[in-house]
Write a protein that binds this ligand. Sequence first.
Ligand SMILES: NC(=O)c1ccc[n+]([C@@H]2O[C@H](COP(=O)([O-])OP(=O)(O)OC[C@H]3O[C@@H](n4cnc5c(N)ncnc54)[C@H](O)[C@@H]3O)[C@@H](O)[C@H]2O)c1
Length: 445
Amino acid sequence: MPPQLFHISRRHFLQRSTVALAATGLPAWFLEQHEARAATKPLSPNDRPSIALIGCGGRGRGIGKEAAAFGNMVAICDVDSKNLDQAALMFPGATKFKDFRKLIARDDIHAIINGTPDHWHTLVNIHALKSGKDVYSEKPLTRTIGEGRRLVEVVKRTKRLLQTGSQQRSDARFRLACELVRNGRLGRLRHVITSLPAGRHGGPFAMSPVPPELDWDFWQGPVAKVDYVKERCHGNFRYWYDYSGGTMTDWGAHHNDIALWGIGLERSGPVTIEGRPLIDEVPGGFTAASQYRVEYTYANGVTHTCQSTTSDNPGGGKVNDPKAGEMAHGVRFEGPEGWIFVTRGKIEASKPELLEIPLPSNAQRLYVSDKHIGNFFDCIRSRRQPICEAEIGHRSVSVCHLGVLAIRLGRKLKWDPAKEHFVGDKAADAFILPPMRKPWTLDSV
Ligand SMILES: NC(=O)c1ccc[n+]([C@@H]2O[C@H](COP(=O)([O-])OP(=O)(O)OC[C@H]3O[C@@H](n4cnc5c(N)ncnc54)[C@H](O)[C@@H]3O)[C@@H](O)[C@H]2O)c1
């Protein structure tokens, strides 16, 4: 029997919880505690490390701006000179680079912000860590499970820090949901649903001349070289299996990360995976499944469905009950006492007291971070591990990579999360760490 946390009078707490702040949707008891537990410290002007941004697209510039509140941006890097110039307008004193290895060679830089596309994350991260830098890397942390295992080893060996950019961990709503679930508020957790946006679907696409500002060969890096197709590059790379895994890795790195946090297996993973595409992709078009459904089981008996919404409904459903219609994007935890649904900006439950009754003082509490990038800079000073350290980022994206493989292979996969290989399935094992395009290897940086 999991711990039941309803020993406090319901009436007493419903009275107190009427003061819950409408603006946040969080119960009052949790908000009070959150303010006391939130940790980002104010900085003195002398306490600003030198930082550099690698990958200056939309997200890189966004996260670079947030990081510049905590450190001095001294260098920026991109293989597209237009994006580099855009970043230079934001960080006028920063030195411009095209080759990240030259930027990383500078010994005055303390931390790297990595906003490159997914197929570049690991090479940039490993090179930065080996060169003594701490790293804030965008999610999905890796392109393959094998990259993730190697990255975790490098973090341990170099004693550097790596924060994965799965920022929902630093959002109090997601932590509240996971703390309640892990303390048995729903009874024994039975099932989790993660609902993700459908991906782009379309093609075939025409080749076109490489834009003069872009080094297309460098952009492709460790991935098989192909002629330039605009729809493969900026922003759209996530819909091609060459570079990423569709919304399964793009949004899955957020919502499946929360699923593992709530299940309490954030350093492990599922034991079986079955998946299928819901529609066919267009020959010559985007290759990643745009609509899909994957079923996972975990060794503790919890089951997990990860499903996309349909492109007919690109904003996602309106409800959080899949039986009542297409489910809204987010994470739904289910147990015998009811359900809790959490997404950006909203947390709901099947009955109000599931949220409103406070956790007791002896409850298991989770890592508190109220600002994801702030937590990274706190940790640079304290040398504490960040909330989304490498092992956690690696395990969360592994759930997504396993889902992608199940969809692609079209058969049930058995996974050993301790040894990180498939059980009796050499063909699937070949996907764990496929070779990179020369001269790139995990040892070349
Ligand atoms: N945490 C979040 O909520 C969130 C939101 C959006 C994007 N992201 C992630 O951020 C990353 C970037 O996404 P985006 O939408 O900005 O992509 P983008 O394609 O717009 O930008 C990527 C940039 O990296 C550059 N680049 C490619 N290879 C490089 C290399 N070897 N060295 C230096 N620069 C290189 C590209 O030229 C481009 O300017 C992705 O991994 C994405 O998943 C995270």
